[in-house]
Design a protein around this ligand. Structure first.
Ligand SMILES: N[C@@H](CCC(=O)N[C@@H](CS)C(=O)NCC(=O)O)C(=O)O
Length: 230
């Protein structure tokens, strides 16, 4: 069995990162969604995953959890250059910024939950959130202005051609859009390129069509629910 198990595409940022890589690699992997925050969610997650979290990749009896490890595994199976750049220096940078995302940006993640189809006011600015936004602005601009202009693997993404780094920053791009956070210059152009990319557009369409909803409010995150028909 070759199956990728994710949370809702609209809300599960850790799921959509490796899912974009799985789809890019075109390995014919079946996909299953376990909607988050429903009464049965934890039981279902405990049954399938050692961490009771998604994403999880099942590949011929091997179970791989953690978004970065799944992305690395998929990269090994994919054609060279499809997930990580062919050039060793660019590959290292792509991995560095992906690791930085995996381990960091806590203030942004806390204040701006991923909600691909949602639009909401910007949260109150704190110095930690401001620092996360500034680092992202600086990182995206700097990568676009240096590695993004390479001619060997050209494209509008962080390292030129699409890479795992873009998979890791796609949920960040959508947060900037959802909460109307500021971006300028090359960083804003990069975000626009991600939102226009067919790989993302397909996922966005699926996220919009999902029947499962979660609300965010002053009292925190709601349970999952089915939105009543309008
Ligand atoms: N470090 C993990 C984080 C995975 C994670 O936190 N997944 C969330 C969904 S985005 C989850 O499964 N939460 C369990 C739950 O909501 O019950 C990774 O990178 O894969």
């Amino acid at each position: 069995m070759r199956k990728f198990i994710s949370g809702n595409l609209n809300y599960s940022s850790w799921s959509i990162r490796p899912l974009l890589a799985v789809r890019k690699a075109g390995l014919g992997i079946e996909e299953e969604i376990i909607p988050l925050d429903f009464p049965e969610t934890t039981t279902r997650l405990r049954q399938i995953s050692p961490t009771a979290k998604v994403p999880l990749l099942i590949w011929d009896g091997t179970e791989i959890w953690e978004s970065l490890a799944i992305t690395e595994f998929v990269a090994e199976l994919a054609a060279p250059g499809l997930i990580w750049p062919k050039d060793a220096a660019r590959r290292a940078i792509a991995r560095a910024v992906s690791s930085e995302m995996h381990a960091g940006f806590a203030a942004l993640r806390q204040a701006c939950s991923m909600d691909v189809r949602g639009r909401a006011p910007a949260p109150p600015m704190t110095s930690a959130l401001e620092a996360d936004i500034a680092r992202i602005q600086q990182m995206w601009s700097q990568l676009r202005e240096t590695h993004g202009r390479n001619t060997a693997e050209p494209g509008p993404f962080l390292l030129g051609a699409w890479s795992g780094a873009d998979a890791f920053y796609t949920p960040v791009v959508t947060r900037f859009r959802t909460y109307g956070l500021p971006l300028e210059g090359a960083a804003a152009e990069y975000a626009a390129a991600v939102l226009e990319d067919p790989l993302f557009r397909t996922l966005e369409k699926e996220a919009k069509a999902e029947p499962w909803w979660i609300s965010y409010g002053p009292e925190g995150r709601s349970s999952g629910y089915f939105k009543p028909e309008a």
